[in-house]
Design a protein around this ligand. Sequence first.
Ligand SMILES: Nc1nc2c(ncn2[C@@H]2O[C@H](COP(=O)(O)OP(=O)(O)OP(=O)(O)O)[C@@H](O)[C@H]2O)c(=O)[nH]1
Ligand SMILES: [Mg+2]
Length: 329
Amino acid sequence: MQFIDQAKITVKAGRGGDGIVAFRREKYVPAGGPSGGDGGNGGKVILQADSNLQTLLDFKFKQIILAQDGRRGGPNKCTGASGNDLVLKVPCGTEVRHADTGVIFGDLIADGDTFVAAFGGIGGLGNAHYLSNRNRAPEKYTEGKDGEEWLLHLELKLLAEVGIIGLPNAGKSTLISVLSSARPKIADYPFTTLVPNLGVVRKPSGDGTVFADIPGLIAGAAQGTGLGHDFLRHIERTRLLIHLVDASSIDPLEDIKTVEKELFAYGHGLIDRPRILALNKKELLNEETLRKLNKKLSLAISGELLFISAVLGEGLELLLNKAWKKLEI
Ligand SMILES: Nc1nc2c(ncn2[C@@H]2O[C@H](COP(=O)(O)OP(=O)(O)OP(=O)(O)O)[C@@H](O)[C@H]2O)c(=O)[nH]1
Ligand SMILES: [Mg+2]
């Protein structure tokens, strides 16, 4: 399935139906009064969050969305039928902005959340409304009003509590595959992961916590280099980041700094997000190298660090315990 996390759409609500001019025509009533009914209101365009959806793919092919117009009024003061509302399903975590100004209109978080993207035009009035003592046979009516029309920018920001970040090939997908039932592609080359993967990890209490594994970040990611930048938005809403580093790389400290720089450059408060630094692939290092690396990093880094092996499952319990603790604060 294609993962589409941005879309530009035009939503147009239905136009109100026109009011009409009509007069009562009854057999024994010589001069029937005005009886033109009102037009129905135009249908609304409504966005609704649906937890079964994971992407905005539908909107790649459907960019203009029109709700139904209201019907004209009828004789005998019959109001025209209102246009049907159009309900568009979007994934949970979809932010709705005005495409031209960037103003946030709405944010659909929980399953079932709704947001009226465009209100329908109200129906016009039929001539029955204009009966007065001075005018017993009004010919006046009003037209229905146009429905609202907006150019919207939809942006999906995944709702994961924990984000796994790091350089390509650090083992992020391996980690999420070991911790959860997610089965992302894992391979021995950078940029294996092209779209974020979500996995649910059970807390000791039994509650599920959503982890997101995003494509690898590289230097310049915040400015758009590589794939990472496009996906940093998906960790904006996380409460905790697990920064995964390949302990067997040539210079893990340099790797750490590269990713930290990108978090800083991206903004949105990511640099202040609670973080756990986990050095992966520890089984590839001998005792001596491990000790030296631990010392070097401990001197250079203020926070705590943890050595793990995603493949062997070593240190993962400790990693999760730390994660749960940090999430509780
Ligand atoms: N020896 C060892 N190899 C590991 C460990 N964890 C992951 N790997 C390997 O590292 C390689 C990259 O793993 P991935 O999980 O695809 O890495 P990633 O960080 O998701 O990579 P991108 O998606 O490209 O950013 C694979 O060959 C994994 O088998 C580990 O604990 N020990
Ligand atoms: Mg990956």
